[in-house]
Design a protein around this ligand. Sequence first.
Ligand SMILES: Cc1ncc(COP(=O)(O)O)c(C=O)c1O
Length: 387
Amino acid sequence: MNADSYLPYHQSWLEDDEINEVVDTLKSGWLTTGPKTKSFEEAFKNYIGSKHAIGLNSCTAGLHMSLAVQEFEPGDEVLVPPITFPATVNVVVHQNLKPVFVDVEPDTLNLDATKLEEKISPRTRAIIPVHFAGHACDMDAIDAVAQKHKLCVIEDAAHAIETRYKGRKVGTLGSLASFSFYATKNITTGEGGMLTTDDDDLAEKIRVMRLHGLSRDAWKRYGKSGFAHWQLHAPGFKYNMSDINASLGIHQLKKVDRFLEIRKRYAARYNEAFGELEEVEPLAVRDYTDPAYHIYVLILKLERLTLTRDEFLNAMQEAGIGMAVHFTSLHLQPYFKERFNSHIEPLPNAAHCSNRIVSLPLYPKMTPADVERVISTATALIKKHRA
Ligand SMILES: Cc1ncc(COP(=O)(O)O)c(C=O)c1O
């Protein structure tokens, strides 16, 4: 990428093997959930080390069903971090449950396990830790609170396909976990998700719920083994993965470690360059996590700068560098303010970082020269606006 061209915030890396697999699926005549989804599920299960992996059309679908299969009552409460994508919390509302925001740690922006107890009420039923930016939450601490209060732990692993916690893979640390293969994720199927669990009963329920609540999926219904009626066991959802999407996933997964090595190298280079600047703070990496390096976040110390976060974003974009924000704190979003009065909650760390964070491009399709261009552009901007 030359110095004058636009460097997008993200670009997926797809090669001939993904393209050929999609063509093979199209030619096969079977496009929806079928053998390719099964093969991707098998490979993903082995990669994560979970007992079950269930292919879905999004991570949101997995989070939603993780709540829908529980025996919760309307108005029961679910503990969630405010620094996350709306999907994590929207699904709580969809199930007529009440989201209760728990503050994040100021330097990792992950759910602060030490703040869980004070938010627990007789109606608390579950915790959804989000492994933000691909850094694992402190799952032992979260699990201790969950066990004490008999809460279900559902991992939002949208950012965390490669993430490990104390050597263990994310996706095996709670009761259920949901992964995303959305277009900007570390591996992609365009749109897609995967739910992992070690619980046979929950897995069976999710398999049924992902396809309307029918007892048999279409692939089996239309197979050679004689006509089979389905039965409807529950009002399920239309959340199944298609074989077209799975065709991408099968090959993307084979590349996940190669991609991770490149991301890791680029993140280390960013850390080295930005670690020298007093005006910005990269996310802290706890010693218990091997991160997936999904998003590279800088926290701007606005007190040391003469520009706002949005001025920083605009200046970077004008210089040809695609930028993003992960995330404006959800407790400050109009919907949660109006419906749950969330803005009056004391969530000082989430409120503080919400207008200070920026995400820089970080993906394997970038070249080392692209990384240096991001560094020199951001560094020049910061130096020019020192307070
Ligand atoms: C933390 C988090 N959770 C959930 C999701 C939803 O993922 P999907 O688009 O696959 O539904 C996202 C998407 O970006 C996310 O960032």
